[in-house]
Design a protein around this ligand. Structure first.
Ligand code: WAQ
Ligand code: MG
Length: 270
């Protein structure tokens, strides 16, 4: 391999680092990063630390997987523009989220199903899923494994943009959940067959959520569930005519993508 003077072979590749934590076999938390190789060790440590602190439920098993990624395999997609819809409580938030999804062309039947799944827990065995549900226009689940769902992975923010983002939002969003959610939403919105998404956290203390789409961007709602509720999740609304389940699921789970911030001004006021 040819390496430029001053660089080292160890810098030539990137690493996809994935973490999943469980307790008695049930999903507790997860995380995904895509970083230059030299950050690998510190990112593994960061995800392990997160596994043990991210949730009120202590995990009894944590798996960290590290895969090498050639830099020329990585695609870049722009971060979705962001706005906040100011709502006073969860029911106002859900009504506003529904209205936004309707404007983006999602039908009431699919929205009803999504809200019901995210409220009671989308896992057929009960509780949270590790990944996301896929719903077609009729509200039918089309993900291949409804227990696991689709886990968007092999994705991160371009390091220089991530550093800017964290500096800019440290005060308002110290936990990094907004950043992590924007990264996942931006990758998913780059799939032509995904019409929109809705998400809120399974963390009982984190009540904000969002809807997102390629056409409308990332719309945050400071309240999308009741405080204390331990159930959350993600639902992608797909257009079955354009969504190729096998190809697009493979893209979401394993095509390396870096989310870039082409215009910082578009995020500053989020
Ligand atoms: N791919 C697919 N689904 C995922 C992924 C992933 N990489 N990560 C989490 N999920 C699913 C899974 O079912 C979780 O139970 C659920 O989403 C919630 O995950 O702007 O923190 O990590 O401040 O708890 C929204 C940010 C935060 C709102 C969402 O989600 C804002 C959050 P959590
Ligand atoms: Mg969580």
């Amino acid at each position: 391999m040819a390496v430029a003077r001053g660089a080292s072979i160890a810098d030539a590749a990137w690493l996809s680092v994935r973490m999943r934590a469980s307790r008695y076999g049930a999903h507790v938390s997860g995380g995904e990063r895509l970083v230059p190789r030299r950050y690998g060790a510190s990112v593994v440590l960061e995800l392990l630390t997160r596994a043990h602190h991210a949730s009120e439920r202590a995990p009894d098993a944590v798996t960290v997987t590290v895969d090498e990624i050639e830099s020329d395999m990585i695609r870049r997609v722009p971060a979705l523009p962001v706005r906040t819809a100011h709502v006073g409580d969860a029911s106002e938030g859900r009504a506003a989220a529904r209205k936004t999804l309707r404007e983006w062309g999602v039908g009431n039947a699919a929205i009803d199903t999504a809200l019901a799944l995210l409220t009671r827990g989308a896992n057929p065995d009960g509780g949270n899923m590790r990944g996301a549900c896929l719903l077609d226009a009729g509200g039918r689940r089309v993900e291949r494994d409804p227990r696991r769902g689709v886990r968007v992975s092999c994705v991160d923010m371009e390091p220089v943009d991530r550093a800017w983002f964290d500096g800019h939002f440290r005060g308002r969003f110290p936990e990094g959940r907004f950043r992590d959610a924007l990264i996942l939403a931006s990758k998913s919105a780059s799939v032509a067959g995904i019409v929109a998404e809705i998400c809120w956290s399974d963390d009982p203390g984190y009540v904000a959520g969002y809807v997102a789409s390629a056409q409308g961007g990332y719309v945050r709602f400071p309240h999308l569930k009741e405080r204390g509720a331990p159930i959350g999740g993600r639902v992608y609304f797909v257009d079955s005519d354009r969504f190729d389940n096998e190809r697009d699921t493979a893209y979401m789970e394993s095509t390396p993508v870096l989310v870039t911030i082409p215009r910082r001004a578009a995020l500053k006021e989020a």
